[in-house]
Design a protein around this ligand. Structure first.
Ligand code: DX5
Ligand code: ZN
Length: 217
């Protein structure tokens, strides 16, 4: 059985009572708090940025898993470390000098993670996988919560699992978008280690029980 980590995405939280939703995650069996940062350029939506992450970090007892959906992420590596990120994810599609970006994240003491859009093939990570702590596979087109899961993601996770087994077995696979109990169980079977879930957790009647069930799928 692979590791079963859960990272609730606060993109689907109620921002008028964000403190209560962070406290709910603190009380739950969640492993990370997934924070989606969007710039309205790389993705067609704007979410929240550094001041919000700082406040979340003050309230959180779980590590922050910060997913940057922004162009030119290099200039924000230090600010996000200072804001409280433990894992920093950049998109492959935004980083022409990905090796440098990954080393900069690690030099700041954070875990380095690279995200692939649904159309970006796994084999493009061949020469960077040895340097990564995690790969984030987008199973929807990034920008919005509540979208339908793209089934081709299962194949990508199986391919990635093979690459990781041969080149860097410590690297985790995280999956983001359209994750519910059905897709989640299939994703763990395919080799995923960390499931991100936003709307499914926050729209459920009992988010703490939903998180617990994800841990025991
Ligand atoms: C989408 C974000 C996701 C989003 C997932 O661009 O990266 O983290 O919150 O939301 P759900 O789980 O609702 O698909
Ligand atoms: Zn995300």
């Amino acid at each position: 059985m692979t590791t079963r980590f859960v990272a609730p995405s606060i993109l689907s939280a109620d921002f008028s009572k964000l403190g209560e939703d962070i406290e709910m995650i603190n009380q739950s069996e969640a492993d990370y708090i997934h924070c989606d940062v969007m710039d309205g350029v790389f993705v067609p939506n704007i979410s929240f940025g550094i001041p919000v992450i700082e406040k979340v970090a003050e309230m959180a007892t779980k590590p922050l898993d910060v997913h940057l959906m922004i162009s030119n992420p290099d200039q924000f590596i230090v600010p996000f470390r200072k804001a409280g990120a433990s894992i920093l994810t950049v998109h492959y599609e935004t980083c022409p000098h990905l090796n440098r970006t990954v080393q900069s994240i690690k030099n700041e003491g954070m875990k380095a993670s690279v995200c692939l859009n649904p159309h970006t093939p796994v084999h493009l990570l061949d020469d960077i996988i040895v340097d990564l702590d995690m790969v984030l596979v987008m199973s929807v087109n990034p920008g919005f919560g509540g979208q339908s899961f793209i089934k081709n993601s299962y194949k990508k996770i199986r391919l990635l699992k093979e690459m990781i087994a041969s080149k860097n077995p410590k690297c985790l696979i995280e999956v983001d978008g359209g994750v519910n109990f059905e897709t989640g169980a299939n994703l763990y079977d395919a080799g995923a280690d960390v499931l991100v879930s936003g709307s499914f957790i926050f729209k459920s009647d009992d988010p703490i029980a939903t998180i617990r069930k994800f841990k025991n799928l």
